[in-house]
Write a protein that binds this ligand. Sequence first.
Ligand code: PLP
Length: 306
Amino acid sequence: MKSHAYFNKKIVPLEEAKVSVMTHALNYGTACFEGIRGNWNAEKEEIYIFRMAEHYERLERSSKLMRIEMTHTVEELCNITIELIKKSDCYEDVYIRPLTYKSGLVIGVRVHNIDDDLCIYVAPFGPYLDLELGAKCCTSKWRRVSDTMMPIQAKACGLYINSALAKTYACESGFDEAILLTSNGYVSDGSGENIFAVINGQLVTPPPSDDILIGITRDSVITLAREELGIETVERSITRSELYCADESFLTGTAAHLTPVVEVDHNKLGDGRIGKITRQLQKLYMDIELGKNPKYLHWLTPVYGK
Ligand SMILES: Cc1ncc(COP(=O)(O)O)c(C=O)c1O
């Protein structure tokens, strides 16, 4: 694969997409991003981009919250992305990273009166967490940023300092992933994932009021649980000890797909093996991502149109 980027309104080789050290976004984190997956189906020789328009719609909302003007429509962004992947000679799993950012070469802590720009790049991207063994997680010493501190529905770059510190703390402590608690101590999000748990026979997940990012994978899994397994997901606050006692748990996210959680803070969940509902949802979700379920083809955009 030869990665390319859409930069300054042109498609260029990735190494040519460069910004100045004075770029406002680099100095103050004033940028928004998306993570979109294109999944390679070797049998069909096709890349299926998962829920691309929904990701660009979220980028529009994020940018609005950060006062970054979008100069492209969702449809234009989708078309550019397809062109970019084709130009990159991509025949493997790919990560698509759009960024809207304060591009002005300006010193000053603010978001108004600063030029904006957009870039999109693509890069090869395999599995993020172990989908088979599952993740051993810790609850992080770093609490999730609250909506009273920053607009957390903006997938803003600066916000990810919180996630990055939590992830590093988890990895350096021997865990695979961090689960962040709200400032009130309820379960919120993984460093880059939403979390679900099976508690007393109910599938539960934290509500938006617990400072989660409203994930596109989360929405897909809630739909699949309801439509395919007849299980309604209950959105409610979850305490840490409830999570310790859960029968099953899993993380959802573009990078993580649907990754089982097998331990939290050294407490084995259920019998310590991947649970039945988790397995069923994981299989459903991953088949859909690869274009193997005709009922959900409307969630996918094929790149090569085969
Ligand atoms: C904090 C956080 N929560 C949840 C998610 C999952 O969102 P999605 O499923 O849209 O990738 C992400 C990933 O972007 C994230 O960074």
